[in-house]
Design a protein around this ligand. Structure first.
Ligand code: NDP
Ligand code: MG
Length: 382
């Protein structure tokens, strides 16, 4: 049987590790063709040796050649070259680079005509309305890996008819029971300690501000071509239900599974035909209380802001997304406080759109120009 050839962009991260953990149990079926990272080349090479990968990509420029003995590999030493890892043999591409750094790469991956598992929500939002158009034009099959969107994808495969709306769930993050006063003094260490998911730094902070859910609402709009009022979110701390499709006749459908990213990721390799192992199954008798709580948008203004930019359309969802990336970075560098991440996003959105037009169907150059403007004019107070 021919092996599935796969490339993992972002192999050294959290999604990358979950993907490799699935592959390690299926080496007879899956071959890793290429892997990439940013600078963690030591970890990348360990993975390359374990999985016998020849093509490796990284951004680190000052490498000690002797230490890493790179001659064994076909190297791609800049993200602008990573698309060259794709070959006629490639079957499945996992796109798990964090943040907006991979935007140009993703645009090329969307033109590959391959099966693409995409975890990165930031790039989907920035590509926006064009996401569908490009992947359709090039016959690229998109499978969302974000757990909520993966659930929606499979629920819609068994679509029961006309639906009114889609609901995604949120755990509420580490600060669900904090009051506004407590939120003021949150530290980085507290913010990255997620109660349910073990994830990379940026998405963990996004979960703590609930910016992650705001971004996921916009992600769902673009992935599934939804109207703004067709998508909502609710807090469900146990994270057993990830999404619901709400049909016109009052029936809702949902998929239940444990919060484990290996489940959505394995769906791209095996559809739903293979169980990972029995301990991963949901045992409802162990949950005596599945909770559903409306989101307090006063405490978590990211959700309100997310809807506002979605209604504004044009450049606004990208600007919201881009500002968040810059502000999360400033929080990591201890230059702003936790609550400033969302507060300053709103302040800057007002400034930006009072001085720049909101271009309706932004092109790549419009995104570049607004990013430059923001880089030069970002307001973070005194
Ligand atoms: P991590 O921070 O754990 O990993 C990020 C990966 O991207 C690493 O391999 C990193 O390399 C690489 N990377 C970062 N910056 C660059 C760059 N400039 N150029 C090339 N490679 C880069 O993130 P996660 O795995 O948690 O998340 C990845 C994406 O998936 C995010 O967009 C996130 O929102 C999304 N996602 C994640 C979930 C999760 O459970 N983790 C769930 C749902 C969505 P290096 O190791 O060298 O830094
Ligand atoms: Mg998610």
């Amino acid at each position: 049987m021919k092996k599935i050839n796969t490339i993992i962009y972002g192999a050294t991260g959290s999604i990358g590790s979950s993907t490799l953990s699935i592959i390690s149990k299926n080496l007879k079926k899956i071959k890793v063709e290429g892997i990439t990272c940013d600078r963690n080349v030591s970890k990348l090479i360990k993975i390359a040796n374990t999985f016998k990968v020849k093509k490796i990509g990284f951004n680190e420029k000052s490498l000690n050649n002797n230490k890493h003995n790179l001659k064994k590999y076909n190297t791609f030493n800049d993200i602008s070259l990573f698309h060259n890892i794709i070959s006629s043999k490639t079957d499945i591409i996992i796109f798990a680079i964090s943040g907006l750094a991979g935007i140009d790469l993703l645009s090329k991956v969307l033109m590959s005509g391959k099966k693409v598992g995409i975890a990165n929500k930031e790039c989907i939002i920035t590509i926006g309305n064009k996401f569908h158009y490009i992947s359709k034009k090039y016959n690229t099959k998109i499978i969302p890996l974000d757990s909520e969107h993966n659930a929606i994808y499979y629920l819609l495969k068994h679509n029961l008819g006309k639906y009114n709306s889609i609901t995604i769930t949120a755990t509420g993050g580490p600060f669900i029971h904090y009051n506004s006063k407590q939120l003021k003094n949150v530290t980085l260490k507290q913010a990255i300690k997620h109660p349910v998911w073990k994830m990379g730094k940026k998405i963990s902070i996004d979960s703590a501000t609930m910016m992650n859910k705001a971004l996921e609402i916009i992600e769902a709009k673009y992935l599934f071509n939804l109207k703004n009022d067709q998508i909502d979110a609710i807090i469900h701390p146990q994270a057993i239900i990830h999404a619901l499709i709400n049909y016109e006749n009052g029936v809702s459908t949902a998929i239940l599974n444990k919060p484990d990213m290996r489940i959505p990721i394995s769906s791209i390799y095996f559809d739903f035909n293979k169980s990972l192992n029995s301990e991963i199954a949901v045992n409802l008798s162990k949950y005596n209380n599945l909770e559903f709580i409306p989101i307090d948008t006063k405490k978590f203004p990211a959700i309100r802001l997310g809807y506002e930019v979605m209604k504004m359309g044009g450049l606004a969802p990208h600007v919201f997304n881009y500002l968040n990336e810059l502000l999360v970075d400033l929080f990591i560098k201890k230059r702003i406080k936790f609550i400033d991440i969302v507060r300053l996003n709103e302040v800057n959105l007002d400034i930006i759109f009072s001085k720049n037009p909101n271009i309706k169907n932004p092109k790549k150059i419009d995104i570049k120009n607004i990013n430059n403007w923001i880089d030069n004019n970002l307001y973070i107070g005194n």
